[in-house]
Structure formats: C-alpha cells, structure tokens
Design a protein around this ligand. Sequence first.
Ligand SMILES: Cc1cc2nc3c(=O)[nH]c(=O)nc-3n(C[C@H](O)[C@H](O)[C@H](O)COP(=O)(O)OP(=O)(O)OC[C@H]3O[C@@H](n4cnc5c(N)ncnc54)[C@H](O)[C@@H]3O)c2cc1C
Length: 253
Amino acid sequence: MVRTKVAIIGAGPAGLLLGQLLHSYGIDNIILERQSPEYVLGRIRAGLLEEGTVALLDQVGAGARLHREGLVHDGIELAFGGARHRIDMSTDVVAWLVFAASLGAGLMAGVFYAFSTFVMRALSRRPHPEGMAAMQTINVAVINPLFLGVFLGTAAACVAAVAAALLRWDHPGSASQVAGGALYLVGTFGVTLFGNVPLNNALARLTGDDPAGARRWDDYVRLWTRWNHMRTAAALASAGSLTVALCRGYGAD
Ligand SMILES: Cc1cc2nc3c(=O)[nH]c(=O)nc-3n(C[C@H](O)[C@H](O)[C@H](O)COP(=O)(O)OP(=O)(O)OC[C@H]3O[C@@H](n4cnc5c(N)ncnc54)[C@H](O)[C@@H]3O)c2cc1C
C-alpha cells in the first residue's frame, strides 16, 4: 500500500503540472495514469504555448527543454485570400515604434520651444495689427502635411506605444513607455487641441480694425504662450521618458 497526501488522476498537462507545483511546495503527491509512460511522453498535447504557461513552467523548473527546442513566434499569421499574412509583433517593431515616438516628441518640443522663447516675443513687439496678421498666417500655413504628419504621427505612435506597454507590462521600461506616451497625448496633443486651437480659431475671426483688437491680441499672446510652455515641457518630458523606455526595454544587455 502506497500512502500519499494527494492522488492525481491522469498524467496529461494539467495533472503533470499540478504534480510539479505541489512538489515545489513540498506537498507529497502521486499521479495515476491508465496509459503507458511511452504514450504519455510521446503524445503531443500542444503545438503552441501562451506566455503565461511558459512562465508557469519556468516557475516550477520544467521549462529547460521548452527553451532549448521551442520556437518563439514573435508574431501571428492571418490567413485570408488564399495566403498567410504574418504580423510581426517582435520587440523590434515596438522598439522602432518607441524610437519614432521619441524622435517625433523631441521634434515637436523644439518647434514649440521656438515659439515660447522668441517667436511670440517678436510678434508681440510689432504693432498689434501686424502681429495678429502674422500669427493668423502662421496658423494657416501650419496646416500642411510635413507639420501635421509629425504632430499626428507622433500621437498615433504614442497610442500604439502605450497599448504595447500595457499589453506587456512585465517588459522592462513599460512604465516609462506609458508615461512618455501619455505625456505627449495629454500634455502636447491634448493641450494643443483644447488650449491653443480654440484660441487660434478666435484669433482667425479678429480683424485689425476691431476696436478691442489690441487688448484681445495681448490676451491671445499671454494665454497662447502659457499653453505653449506647457506643451513644450510635456513634449520634452515625453521624449525623455520614451528614451528611458528604449534604453531599459530594448537596450543591449
Ligand atoms: C488537436 C488539438 C490541438 C491542441 N492544441 C493546443 C495548443 O496548441 N496549445 C494548447 O495550450 N492546448 C492545445 N490543445 C489542448 C490541450 O491538448 C489540452 O488542453 C490539454 O491536453 C488538457 O490537459 P489535461 O491534462 O486536462 O487533459 P488530457 O491531456 O486529456 O490528459 C488527461 C490524461 O488523463 C488520463 N486519464 C483519463 N482518465 C483516467 C483514469 N480514469 N485513470 C487514469 N488516467 C486517466 C488520460 O489517459 C490522459 O493521459 C489541443 C488539443 C487538441 C485536441
């Protein structure tokens, strides 16, 4: 007669893993299997293992062969139209995404920094109809593919970078990646949309001969520049955080 604390029926993946887990906690157990050992060892139960399963196998010290012989997928394949389409989700893609987002945020910080440090000062020194007209022209000229491509493209890259970090939270640098993306999305993109753009729209309706023109132009410069300081700082902080995420998460070991 054999005595044991736990008897497990079946040496499938569930039974074997439970046995190993109990063993790692020092709990005595026996696995009963109706098939032969050759059958158990030779039967393939899974072609694909999810990350959580791999982590659990590592945790109980049963992952050595898996790491030696297993193929890491780093992506998925969609099959349609008679062909297989691979979507590469390897870390390299995310690394390039974070890299692009950090460059874009840095570039935007530079653009807005110029306005904070000298462009608005120069315009405010001109007679108000001149300053207003120049700013109105800038606000029209800025709507072009080169500026909007970087401004909106960086926002899109930040959304993807934040999503990638949340999906793989255990990956090093994820917190910096989320912080960097959120700083740009809220502090730069959001502030532009809800701070600067409404002011620009109001300025577009203002004419040089408006009796309250001088006061409204002064108000515009003061408020617009305040929002601009904020989005400059946010873009710079975003570029910094994303660079930290790159170094921590994708730097050489
Ligand atoms: C075609 C196919 C493809 C699959 N691909 C994947 C995949 O890619 N990835 C993935 O994660 N999963 C996959 N699965 C699912 C996976 O194989 C099962 O989830 C897994 O095998 C279930 O493990 P289990 O231990 O619960 O049961 P089982 O694997 O069925 O093991 C049960 C064991 O108990 C034994 N047994 C039963 N009754 C008794 C008894 N009375 N006395 C003694 N022994 C007994 C059986 O002989 C057997 O060895 C796939 C399944 C199939 C069918």
